[in-house]
Write a protein that binds this ligand. Structure first.
Ligand SMILES: *[C@@H]1O[C@H](CO)[C@@H](O)[C@H](O)[C@H]1NC(C)=O
Ligand SMILES: *[C@@H]1O[C@H](CO)[C@@H](O)[C@H](O)[C@H]1NC(C)=O
Ligand SMILES: *[C@@H]1O[C@H](CO)[C@@H](O)[C@H](O)[C@H]1NC(C)=O
Ligand SMILES: *[C@@H]1O[C@H](CO)[C@@H](O)[C@H](O)[C@H]1NC(C)=O
Ligand SMILES: *[C@@H]1O[C@H](CO)[C@@H](O)[C@H](O)[C@H]1NC(C)=O
Ligand SMILES: *[C@@H]1O[C@H](CO)[C@@H](O)[C@H](O)[C@H]1NC(C)=O
Length: 404
């Protein structure tokens, strides 16, 4: 029985490895972060009890109903956080993770002892960089963007019932935090907005909620009233967008296309309770920033095969695709682990992702991993894998009683 046992053990361990790492099945969530590095769509955080870091390989084709998620076991986060912001460094090497509702990774109680974490993609290690300068304030529901000098801008946000309208910057080269002192043209306190930086250095802030305190008079920001922050002059200005009628919203996403359109998707109305949140229409719209004033439009095919109404999802642009992940489905009232794909060239929702013909060299995948992925894709259903594993456990126990 010795030889068959060794063989079983080998098969068992191989299947376990494939199942755990290569056929990773991520828990549903919303208010998470997603960043693309090196053809990988990395996902982490959210309102979930896991610190796992996992990704979708964008160097391969996939169908949005048959996703091959992979776990980065050594990349688990040192903290639980939701409603935080995550920004990629200019050289694509480092993720800066800032704020959110932060909880201790062991006790699960709120822990704001450290508000900035960084992740080194090359070593898969999280660390707590020493931040000089001003005090980093705890904030939720804010979005950071990085300019071409490596400065991250974070506007306002929410904390303990209050909303804020300050502009905080993190210079990634010197790791210096500064709250800019601006007195002219300050916007109303705001959270739950989207932010995109244009090539001219203006940050475009859209939507969200505004007001001083959620217990007094918070309302949705009029989606036509665009806030602009000039990162060169550190000045605020405003613009009334024109075009088609778009519902105002919070907890939505935006991506900036190379030809200057900001595509927004999803989101929800404002209500005092989570249960009161309702869907918004249209779910997808485009803001043309090449025009002055900016102009809203609804692509004609964008309502065909449209995903359900979701909020708290994430959106990333990769070549021709806007990739929507997870979020809360207002139709089913359930958290989601779905992925939706919008093709920004043909302007329609699609179900298949195809990598560009000549993709930049991806991080070298070992032969064993490649074989594992193929197996994972062949076997597809975890159920089959799990059944196989159970069967092997039973056989092994029958024959030996122990593993060694
Ligand atoms: C997460 O863990 C905490 C502490 O164990 C628990 O109170 C909470 O209900 C859990 N949440 C979920 C969604 O499992
Ligand atoms: C929790 O985070 C600390 C760093 O803050 C890390 O050293 C530790 O390994 C983590 N523990 C777990 C169980 O993830
Ligand atoms: C970072 O990645 C983007 C693609 O996501 C690429 O266009 C850019 O050239 C990369 N920058 C560096 C410095 O590697
Ligand atoms: C309501 O919000 C506005 C700004 O949106 C602020 O000027 C005003 O003081 C707030 N009123 C109360 C009662 O908080
Ligand atoms: C936008 O429209 C509002 C209401 O019509 C007006 O009060 C405001 O001055 C306009 N803002 C700009 C920047 O044109
Ligand atoms: C969604 O996830 C959050 C956090 O895990 C949980 O508290 C909530 O109950 C979930 N909602 C539903 C409808 O399952």
């Amino acid at each position: 029985m010795y030889l068959p046992f060794k063989f079983f053990k080998f098969i068992f361990c191989t299947l376990l490895l494939i199942n755990l790492i290569l056929c990773y099945d991520p828990p549903k969530r919303k208010f998470h972060n997603s960043i693309i590095i090196d053809n990988r769509l990395l996902i982490f955080n959210g309102d979930t009890n896991t610190t796992e870091l996992f990704y979708l390989d964008l160097s391969k084709s996939f169908d949005n109903n048959n996703l091959a998620w992979s776990l980065i076991p050594e990349g688990s986060l040192p903290v639980y956080t939701e409603r935080s912001t995550a920004v990629l460094s200019l050289d694509n090497s480092t993720i800066y993770l800032i704020g959110g509702y932060m909880r201790n990774n062991i006790t699960f109680s709120y822990d704001y002892s450290n508000l900035v974490y960084s992740y080194d993609y090359r070593t898969s290690a999280w660390s707590t960089p020493k931040i000089d300068g001003g005090v980093v304030p705890p904030r939720q529901d804010m979005r950071g963007v990085i300019d071409n000098t490596g400065t991250i801008y974070i506007f306002g946000g929410f904390n303990e019932g209050s909303l804020f309208n300050d502009m905080n910057i993190l210079q990634t080269d010197s790791k210096t935090w500064t709250t800019l002192s601006i007195s002219k043209n300050l916007p109303i306190q705001c959270a739950g907005y989207t932010a995109n930086i244009l090539p001219n250095g203006n940050i475009v802030y859209i939507g969200g909620i505004e007001g001083v305190n959620v217990y007094t008079n918070v309302t949705l920001v009029n989606i036509n009233q665009i806030k602009l922050f000039d990162t060169n002059k550190h000045e605020w200005s405003y613009m009334n967008a024109t075009g088609e009628k778009i519902d105002s919203r919070q907890y939505f996403t935006s991506v900036l296309t190379p030809d200057g359109y900001i595509i927004i998707f999803g989101g929800t109305t404002y209500a005092a309770t989570i249960a009161g949140l309702a869907d918004v229409s249209p779910s997808l719209a485009m803001l043309d920033t090449n025009k002055n004033p900016f102009e809203w439009s609804i692509p004609s095919n964008s309502e065909v095969n449209s995903p359900p109404s979701i909020y708290g999802h994430s959106a990333n642009l990769y070549n021709d695709y806007m990739i929507i992940t997870f979020g809360f489905n207002l139709d089913t009232q359930l958290n989601s682990s779905q992925v939706y794909l919008y093709n920004i060239k043909s302007n329609n929702w699609v179900t298949t992702f195809s990598p560009p013909a000549i993709s930049p060299p991806a991080k070298q995948t070992s032969k064993a991993l490649a074989v594992g992925h193929i197996l994972c894709n062949l076997i597809i259903k975890r159920k089959i894998l799990n059944t196989l594993q159970m069967w092997l456990i039973v056989i092994t126990i029958e024959h030996t009683g122990i593993f060694n």
